[in-house]
Each structure stands twice: as structure tokens, then as C-alpha cells.
Design a protein around this ligand. Sequence first.
Ligand SMILES: *Cc1c(COP(=O)(O)O)cnc(C)c1O
Length: 480
Amino acid sequence: MDDKLIFEKSKKGRKAYTLPKWNGEKNFNIADKYFRSGKIGLPEESEQEVIRHYVNLSTKNHHVDKGFYPLGSCTMKYNPKINEKLASLEGFTEIHPYQDEGSIQGVLELYHELDSMLSEVSGMSKVSLQPVAGAHGEWTALKVIRAYHETKGNVRKKVIIPDTAHGTNPASIIMAGYEVVQLHSNAEGLVDVDELREAFDEDTAAFMITNPNTLGLFEKNIKEIAEIVHSKGGLLYMDGANFNALLGIVKPADMGFDIMHFNLHKTFSTPHGGGGPGAGPIGVVEELIPFLPVPDVIKEDNKYKLNYNVPQTIGKVHSFYGNYLILVRAYIYMKVLGSDGLHRVSENAIINANYVKKMLEGHYDLPYKQHCMHEVVFSGENLLQYGIKTLDVAKRLLDFNMHAPTIYFPLLVHEAIMIEPTETEGKEVLDNFIAVMKQIAQEAQEDPEKLKMAPETTPVRRLNESLAAKNLNLKYEEKD
Ligand SMILES: *Cc1c(COP(=O)(O)O)cnc(C)c1O
């Protein structure tokens, strides 16, 4: 058999690669034991049965198109269908990363404009679109921070985070070769400025925080925090996963941040979960531009070009130019909403979270009582007296066709219930959720056994989640 790929014209007139047909001879260099002895047992079903199978499966799973999904921290919001429609246009999907620049001018223009739009909303001077996840953006940014200090002849060893930090923050710090120093939050759930002042020395490269933090609280002392960090020659990093609380209201660069990542798949829509796909561009102030990954897109003589000529760059951090179709979706999202729309995103996110906070206060413990931003963290501690844990509350919600909020995170809140309603939900949905949460708190007192048995209505009840994760079985198994 000829093992070369055959180059053909597809029906649509474009070039396509296809494998030649196997002529049935075992002339491969493969041991006999690896050849099939019988026919492939693929299921044979009609189109109708296949469609029914997948539609049924899709309704067994919970997703944001089916019901409320108030997962805190990760912003699982509704993704406008126009994003999907436009991102699947052939001009976007039928291109190849090895095409020459002249034939992808529109693509490069989109990169260029998205860079400006993200720079505009963040106040940063330039954005690199290459990292493909929030965590990847963190790591890339830390590499930039390291390169910055090194050119100053200054190898710093530590990066500081607060105890509310998302788990990816300390992991990225270690991956970038730094030591992690963790600060305690103060009684208000915010950065303890005095502790930061004491901890931040000339051996510290950066302070890495999320604002608003993962308790949904705005770091009101952010200006003072920036001053402390800058007075020691350090850099202030913003984890931008919670950017849907700031859009059109405040720019990270104006708060004193030097560098940040965006989670396009959270703030600017794109369905995500299960580890991807994502896009985690980083934005930087002027001083850090020389260290950004290559290539970037520049405009010269009215043409867009991929620019590799960046002498101090940290290099490439991903194959080709990042997760292109996610960048397309973010671009469409911003274009459709415009600046007023983006402002309303944050307004609604904040109003929705505060409405839920107000309505559930008294039914669940509320460790931090001040005004929240896009998410609110309750504690289920008041239900422990009836033998009910936060996990039981989360499981019971599934019976009402609602996804559970994030639970047991952030770690510093016992029995944490972290609710992010998101900006896309209307009052009716929130009222329904609030009524269900109140009913569950009532059931905890009156019928705790019911909660411990929940969920009752899902295709499977309580799973041994750690066992399932450790013994993952995704194989197709034919039923007899
Ligand atoms: C989701 C999240 C991250 C990590 O982003 P990924 O895209 O999942 O890698 C980091 N920080 C915070 C606060 C997050 O919510």
C-alpha cells in the first residue's frame, strides 16, 4: 500500500487530504496480535435512532441551555447562539495555520482588533492572544514577570497570593519556578494590607490577586496595595477570571495592575467545562510589552503581519497562534454588545448576585456581609445542626433542574456555597432558585433524611466521584 497521503479536491472545490483505501493485505509493519480477528462491532442504527439517542443523552446531562447553572468562580453563563453561528462560517473554519499571511488578512485583522478591544476594556497597553486557558495565561504572565526582573539583573524568588486564591494561581507560580507565599485574609475577607506590607520585600517578584476576589468582594484598598508592591519594585498581577464584575466600570490598569490574564471562555462567552477549550490572553502595561510571546500581529503598509522580531520575547507558549475560534467568539461577543452592552453585563452580574444575597440572608449563613460583586459566598454551617451538609444542599438542587453552585470553595469559608447567578439570568429564574434554596433550608430542619437521599430524579443518584475520576471508562461497550 502506498503510505503517502493523497491530495484531492473536495466537493466544495477546496483541497483536502484523504487516506488511500486499504487493499486488505497485511503489509504493514504491525505484529499479528494487533490485527482484528472479527468484524468491527459498530452499532447499526437509523439516523432517527441516532438523533434520538443523542437528544436523550443531552437531556440527561445538565447544561446551561436546559436550566440554571449558578457555578461560582467559573462563570458558566449562557453563550449567545450568534457566536456559534458566526464562528462556524467557512472563512473562519476552513483555514490552515500554514497558509501565507496574504491569504489570511481578515484573520489577522480580527486578532489585531481583538487586541485593541481587550486593551481598551482593561486599560492595558498590549494583549497577547496566545495562551489557551486562564491557567496558561497565569504561567505565561509569570514568565513575562520573570523576564522583566531578569533584565533588571534581579532574580526574585517569591510570588505572593491571598488565601482566597484560585487553585491554579499557586500551581502556576510553582510551574514558573517561584516560591508561593500565602497571606491571610482579614475579617472583611480582603487582603490584609499590613500583612502584605510586611511580606512584600525585594525578593518578591509579584503580588497575584483576583479582583473582585473569589469571595465576590471588591478589594477596596487596591490603590494602597499597588503602592506597596510598586515601592518594592514588584509587579501587580490580576487574575481576570472575574472580569464580568468590572467590564465598562473600572479598568485594571487604572487600579494599578501591571499585568493580567483574561478568561475569554468565561467573561466573553464560549461554552467551556471539562478542561477546555479556552483562551487566556494576557494584557500588560507598556514596560512589559518587550517580553510578550511571539508572534504578535502588527499592521505595516496597510497589511497585517505576524511579527517574530521581538528580541526580548519569552518565546512561543502555544502551537500556532492560540485557540483561534474562541478568539472569534470573544470578538463577536464584544462587537454585538458594544460598550454600553459590556457595561450592562457587569451591572446585571452585580445586581443579580446582590439580589440572591439579600433574599437568602437569614436562610443560610453569610460570613461576609458587605455588598458583593458578581458572586456571593454563603456557608451551610447553620444546617450542620440537623446533620445536613453543603453537599446535601447541592445534590437536592439537582431535583429542581438546577446545577449546584460551587461548593467547599473558597477554602477559608466552612461549608461554602458559592453562587454566581451571572448576568444573563432574569428575575423569574432567580426567584425560582431563591424559593428552592429556602425550601431546602426548611427541609433540612423538617425532613433531613430526604436531603441525604437526594437527588431523586436524576438518571444516576450519588456517584462515587473520586472513584469515577480515577477509573475513567469512556469505551464504547456493545450491549448483548
Ligand atoms: C477559572 C479560574 C482560573 C483558571 O482558568 P482556566 O481557564 O480554568 O485555566 C483562574 N482563576 C480564577 C479565579 C478562576 O475562576
